[in-house]
Design a protein around this ligand. Structure first.
Ligand code: ATP
Ligand code: MG
Length: 444
């Protein structure tokens, strides 16, 4: 893709209305455009990144056996009255009336709707467990939308729901999501720590928030630093292995502020391992048993002829918030360099030919290189404008393709100037370059 033909409306300076770096960068390079308070349009660069995140989220859901569905954004108030949440949810819920004067709402979450789908079709314990998820827009009329897409009103969320026959089986489902979240965030090159959390309006008693550290985050966290050394490597999807994985994490004190207890923190964590800081919530998982299945009558036949309400959990990931969270984690604000992980980068590589008015040879060379890259499924952005070199580099640094190819006076014969963004230049030939990028893409 040529920059001259792309829709990447870059601003010269940081927009003054943005207070945190993700919001600044997203406006600066034209990833989003606000359409009204807390509501955004996603422009090509931002949309590309979000779609790549979505793909990874989806792959990791599928790996634990969750099945994708798509529920509507607009819901009827009837099911929310059944669960008792129509009143409870309060002003965050956007309530709408249709032309028949029926009360509708724009879904802030989907426990009721998915329970209604489940109860209509599943009648026997033999069909359990069921893990269903969808990736869909949500609306919450946040009292103070801020920080761009980090806390907005309309946002894109993956929400999954599990249905099981017993508490014990339900915890097995919970643990599947626990591992899938660790793996998802790792593929996004983020260190997300599971923290014991409050359940809020979703309800229930077991819950973890997945939080990445960031000074600009809105969650206060208290944790044992040693938790950062843990990972899920080598854990398979068997019940016992998953139980042990969660235990391994839960051995270390790690909570959000609603669960914080000073005495406990100081008793359990030695002084040099204590970490009090802030973070961004990127995912949240809940176990709430029959909180919805009971009032909504979602039961199944058991083997002995009896019936019981299914035990449910729900599991959210803020897909659109993750775009901002990755920027908070990876953007070097001082040098204005954004380093997207290759797994979600809007482009794999930026090509910067030095173009003179009466000499097209650098652009021709760029086209040739791009032809080779394309054959290997490597997505390049070519800066074909006639701006000067330093502003081209600046622009490419903000866009943040993880690699850059520079074609200028130094380009002799087959050797091309190639660099990892923000690092020293190397001279490699095109085969070496494609192999390097291909290898990295395959690993991620
Ligand atoms: P928060 O504590 O940040 O308000 P929440 O606990 O209300 O979030 P959940 O119901 O757990 O959110 O939703 C699942 C995920 O959706 C969150 O972990 C977060 O990543 C994302 N999310 C929630 N609210 C917003 C919002 N207003 N804007 C963007 N993403 C959001
Ligand atoms: Mg939450």
């Amino acid at each position: 893709m040529y920059i001259s033909q792309s829709f990447i409306p870059i601003l010269k300076n940081n927009p003054s209305e943005a207070k945190i770096k993700s919001h600044q960068l997203m406006l600066r390079v034209g990833m989003i455009k606000q359409s009204s308070a807390g509501i955004y349009s996603w422009l090509p660069l931002g949309f590309k990144v979000m779609k790549k995140i979505e793909k990874i989220v989806r792959e990791e859901q599928n790996k634990i056996g969750a099945q994708e569905i798509l529920m509507p954004t607009i819901q009827s108030s009837e099911i929310w009255k059944e669960s008792g949440r129509y009143e409870d949810y309060g002003e965050e819920m956007l309530r709408i009336k249709d032309r028949q004067n029926r009360e509708m709402l724009y879904g802030p979450t989907n426990e009721e709707l998915v329970t209604d789908i489940f109860r209509a079709s599943v009648k026997s314990y033999k069909s359990l467990p069921q893990l269903l998820y969808h990736i869909q827009w949500k609306f919450r009329d946040e009292i103070r939308p801020r920080f761009g897409i980090m806390r907005c009103r309309e946002f894109y969320m993956k929400d999954a729901y599990s249905f099981d026959i017993s508490d014990d089986e339900a915890l097995f489902s919970y643990n599947k999501f626990f591992i899938s979240y660790l793996k998802t965030f790792k593929r996004l090159d983020l260190t997300a720590i599971p923290m014991a959390a409050d359940t809020g309006p979703i309800g229930g008693n077991l819950s973890h928030e997945f939080i990445i550290l960031a000074e600009t985050g809105e969650s206060k966290i208290y944790t044992d630093k040693r938790i950062f050394d843990l990972n899920s490597e080598g854990t398979n999807l068997e019940k016992k292995a998953l139980e042990n994985l969660r235990k391994k994490y839960e051995e270390f004190y790690s909570v959000t502020d609603e669960k914080f207890d000073k005495d406990e923190f100081e008793k359990k964590v030695s002084e040099n391992n204590r970490l009090k800081t802030k973070g961004i919530e990127v995912g949240h998982i809940f176990y709430f048993g029959d909180k919805y299945s009971k009032p909504m009558g979602a039961s199944v036949d058991l083997s002995g002829g009896k019936k019981d309400f299914v035990k449910m959990g729900s599991y959210g990931i803020g897909v659109s918030r993750l775009v901002g969270a990755i920027i908070e984690a990876k953007y070097d604000e001082q040098n204005e360099i954004m380093k997207w992980p290759i797994s979600v980068a809007p482009y794999d590589v930026g090509i910067i030919p030095m173009i003179n008015k009466n000499d097209n040879s650098a652009l021709e060379k760029a086209n040739k290189i791009n032809f080779e890259l394309k054959k290997n499924n490597i997505d390049a952005l070519i800066d074909d404008t006639d701006e000067n070199f330093s502003s081209k580099i600046k622009k490419m640094n903000l866009i943040g393709a993880p690699y850059q190819i520079i074609i200028g006076k130094q380009t002799d014969g087959d050797l091309i100037e190639f660099k990892e963004i923000g690092k020293e230049t190397q001279k490699l030939d095109i085969t070496e370059i494609t192999n390097k990028i291909k290898e990295l893409k395959e690993k991620n």
